[in-house]
Design a protein. Structure first.
Lengths: 428, 428
């Protein structure tokens, strides 16, 4: 039997406590599977005295996660505090400097500083593993970086923010509006401290940028993700989508095109009977398309103590078994800067306008669309309420560039009361 | 850069040729991802002269796969011939004896001789990898043995024979009977040389037995899989199932119960709108349930050149990167003999009987069911045609043992013309 693998765990929220529980309760199983005992040397959290439902008395304590990361009795530094800077970043850097391996669930940190950390890790001969950073318990990093390593990946798609999907599916199920469901999600503790991370699509965008790097051998480029949140989705949009056989999902798409890497995270219409369309509540789904494997679909809980801790343990077990490879699946120095391509592929779009009750208003809209090269597949106008009429359009296939010209033109007129809502229709 | 990883590939059917193609076409990508060049030293197949759509001129040739497996210039022996005995078994044993690692797609061989081969591999310090043996391109072995290694697995389910699923979904779509679709599948080359491997559920049973070993730490026990094929499924069954909101799938279920390991591969009714119910054609799906992760669903192509070759390459890349762990996820000597438990969990069943036109016939059936403790949830009798009336029953929850008593009793009477068809209803 080899030496024990000794962990230092920073952050004892639900996930951190969940990891400790598994290590305590499944000790025999973990040793059987990895050939090593997995032990916890020391822990760190914001407050020491708090009942976390797990016995922590046998472990060393560090107030400072940086000190924890540097301890001689720590082989793997497990960072579960979160945050894209501050203690998380400082402590992971300290761990790498000290030659430790790192396991983290921190998507924001990796999305913003992934390239720097990957270079640092490789220089130090350390690994960074982050299965828990993307899609909770679904082993998607593993599938992409290992299982499908023989494939040239062409596209990765996914619904990867459970809170947004909860809000959207509950709007449809209950007939309540966005604000009411936002409040409900907040009360249930589903929202990040900064809710915009969730509903603004940022959290999901972080995840997508990590999958892109793994899939395409490009440097993580979170800034290259076209982001759009779900804040402007109205009940009306959900109903209209349903009426046409679609559901609205905050969908991430990353694909390598002739012109470069396209990455977007935005609410889209997807067929209601497709695997993505059928996702309920907090469930996540990732779709991976490779030249040999075709399409692989992975589904599971996207968050929560158990699923996230499961992913952390998967990484720890790999390290215990001696599995080591570069952070983004190939040497950090070989990752190329992504050439950004903005939605070069045409798609139909759903558009909702709030039209003023003026003569010629609709004609104006139609002519702006026509001039931009956007042709209308179908259109409905409803009754005016308070002099405003909802107009719903579905376009024929158009590029985002053409559409943006049209939308900007429409917004500048005096016939709409707010910027149009435009949602891409994906035939996944 | 490390030394190249040198392969010897035996079997150049579609999968073998596909593997060669990927290694030739994606050489740069594979080296980037694994840090090593992946080369082919030599190959072996039944006939040397045959156009396989790929240039084989640069490789050594061995008529005998055993000789290939033993070559000094082979680090990894890739067995893609198939067959549970004969050359496949002999050559894998030879490879292990010579201290080589093995990658194989051979589910039958591992299902029947997995324990022996695992012990041999571990004694030799070799690994055997077999992602391609189960569910084609879906990285399910990886998910189970690695990604979910922190979980106590409670249940694994799956639709893992594309040919059966093709026949069943085509019956529903076209309204043609089993025999017609069997012939169609045969013409399309979807059936194994011995079709019973497919339609008898044996091939899928082999796969299930491998997943069981990985999931539960038990010795592979293919003989412990309760097997039932799809040969007796009639169009009527598919229609009745649809009518009740179900679809019929050849479903594998392996679960650890208080009484032991339950493994069955049989046609079942599953909800039409469930992920399993929606599977079309040759697509495979595996559902894994763990104590921490909850439920993970994996979906993808279950067979074919590209998907299977993708799985083989995933294994090769892991070996190139130096990943090594026991064949069934824990030391072979620690795997315990599975205690077989036959369907201890009760479920409702769908039963179809062919009843003779005799006074009291239905009463006789009902009384046999009642005496066995099987209560009827609903029943329909149709018109007699040629003195035979189809009777369709759905029972309340019953154990397989109780049901078997009833079915045996019914078969012994003179009021049915053939053994009843009984299909479990799974509420997955």
């Amino acid at each position: 039997m080899s030496q024990p693998l000794r962990l230092g765990i920073a952050g004892l929220g639900t996930v951190g406590a969940g990891v400790v529980k598994i290590i305590q309760q499944q000790a025999t199983l973990l040793t059987m599977r990895t050939g090593r005992e997995i032990t916890i040397s020391a822990i760190s959290a914001r407050t020491r005295k708090k009942d976390r439902g797990v016995d922590l008395s046998g472990y060393g304590w560090e107030d400072d996660p940086v000190a924890l990361a540097r301890r001689d009795d720590v082989d793997v530094y497990v960072e579960l505090m979160g945050g894209s800077n501050g203690p998380a970043k400082a402590s992971i850097q300290a761990a790498l400097d000290a030659g430790k391996d790192v396991v983290t669930a921190n998507k924001a940190l990796l999305a913003l500083h992934g390239q720097m950390l990957a270079e640092k890790a490789e220089a130090a001969g350390s690994v960074i593993r982050y299965e828990a950073a993307v899609a909770g318990g679904i082993p998607v990093i593993k599938a992409l970086a290992e299982g499908l390593a023989g494939n040239k990946i062409s596209r990765v798609m996914g619904v990867m923010n459970g809170t947004c999907n909860y809000i959207l599916t509950r709007m449809e199920a209950t007939g309540q509006g966005y604000n009411a469901l936002f409040d409900e999600a907040n009360k249930l503790g589903y929202l990040e401290a900064d809710p915009n991370l969730d509903v603004g699509g940022i959290d999901a965008g972080h995840k997508l940028s990590l999958l892109s790097a793994l899939a395409f051998g490009t440097q993580v480029d979170f800034d290259g993700v076209e982001l759009e949140g779900i804040q402007r989705i109205a009940l009306e949009d959900i109903r209209q989508a349903a009426d046409m056989g679609y559901r609205i999902k905050l969908l991430g798409v990353a694909q390598m095109t002739d012109r470069g890497l396209e990455q977007r995270m935005s609410p889209c219409l997807v067929p209601a009977n497709s695997p993505l369309g059928q996702l309920e509540g907090g469930t996540n789904m990732v779709v991976i398309e490779g030249d040999s494997v075709g399409q692989i679909v992975l589904r599971g809980a996207g968050a929560g103590e158990g699923p996230t801790a499961s992913a952390v343990l998967g990484d720890i077990c790999d390290i215990a078994r001696g599995y080591r490879y570069p952070v983004f699946g190939q040497p950090a120095t070989s990752l190329v800067a992504a050439q950004r391509a903005q939605s070069v592929l045409a798609a139909p779009y759903y558009i909702r306008l709030s039209l003023r009750d003026k003569p010629g208003a609709l004609a104006k809209i139609a002519s702006i669309l026509g001039e931009a090269g956007v042709s209308i597949h179908r259109m409905r106008q409803y009754d005016h309420v308070n002099d405003i009429a909802p107009v719903l359009l579905v376009t024929h296939k158009t590029t985002r560039a053409e559409l943006d010209v049209a939308l900007t033109g429409i917004e500048k007129t005096d016939v709409v009361t707010e910027a149009p809502v435009a949602l891409r229709i994906e035939t996944v």
